[in-house]
Ligand binder design. Structure first.
Ligand SMILES: O=C(O)CCC(=O)C(=O)O
Length: 281
């Protein structure tokens, strides 16, 4: 995970946030300053555990893209990618995602235990992901707002597991065709740790990962999983929170374990995501 603080202009973020809420009002009669409207729409998914996430957002995000309000954000992101990774190495996909969630839980925030996943397999012999997730903060996100949480180094810890237990899974190669075409040396036989195998594999060799997926009281989980972490083979893993301020951006390797977390605040979490895919070199 790479945090890029304060890289999008405040005026751009303000306009984008207003544009998003304008579309939410028009589509769902949901208004930011009227909490009574947040839950009245049937397009809101059942979020009794983590946070009420609005489903049915595809057309809203398409309209937001058509409005042009995302263009300056994307330009800045592309400039940052060129500066960090070199020019013409990553290109944005077409789709923006909404990670807007509304408060669902009361009480203490806790490290989640049952939503950990990765979004790309670990391919033996390929040190880079096929895509990079890019989170854009439209507002302040603190621990209580329910940030995305991720486990540092979990993809590195998965590499020896991929060598040892990896398989060829044609379905996963095809499922990710929009990001991996042309990038795999051996598309008919690539050995991989599949997206569903990472957490169980790590948990079998380190109790810290077993604890990650076992529910328990908040304070000890935060101490152990966020504050202390675990080190094996020179790689330290701990849970990090994608907190930030409006205009911040976080880049993320989707092979890493990550999860949503409960929004126990009084405010919606306002974050958008776009993915950039690696170009064939
Ligand atoms: O924080 C969230 O809502 C989860 C994000 C996530 O899992 C993803 O973007 O793939």
């Amino acid at each position: 995970m790479l945090a890029l603080p304060n890289i999008i202009d405040t005026a751009v973020i303000d306009e984008l946030r207003d544009g998003l809420w304008g579309l939410l009002d028009r589509s769902f009669a949901i208004r930011k300053d009227a909490p009574g409207t947040w839950y009245q729409n049937q397009d809101i998914s059942d979020g009794t555990y983590q946070g009420y996430r609005l489903s049915g957002m595809n057309h809203v995000m398409r309209d937001l893209q058509s409005s042009g309000l995302l263009d300056p954000v994307l330009t800045t992101i592309q400039e940052q990618f060129a500066a960090i990774f070199g020019a013409d190495r990553w290109e944005p996909l077409d789709k923006w995602y909404s990670l807007l969630t509304f408060p669902s839980s009361k009480g203490d925030w806790n490290v989640p235990h049952n939503r950990w996943h990765s979004d790309e397999p670990i391919i033996v012999g390929d040190s880079e992901p096929w895509s990079v997730f890019t989170f854009v903060f439209l507002d302040s996100v603190e621990r209580e707002t329910g940030p995305t949480v991720a486990v540092t180094g979990s993809h590195r810890r998965g590499e020896p597991l991929a060598e040892r237990d990896g398989i060829f899974d044609a379905r996963q190669i095809h499922a990710f065709a929009n990001v991996n075409s042309g990038l795999i040396d051996n598309p008919e036989g690539a050995k991989m740790l599949t997206v569903g195998a990472l957490l169980d594999g790590l948990a079998a060799g380190d109790d810290w990962f077993a604890d990650l997926k076992t529910d328990g009281p908040a304070r000890p989980r935060i101490d152990r999983l966020i504050d202390r972490g675990t080190t094996q083979g020179g790689v330290t893993s701990r849970v990090v929170e994608f907190t930030g301020e409006p205009g911040d951006v976080i880049l993320f390797d989707p092979r890493c374990l990550h999860s949503s977390s409960p929004n126990v605040s009084a405010d919606p979490r306002q974050v958008l995501r776009i993915d950039l895919r690696r170009l064939v070199s």
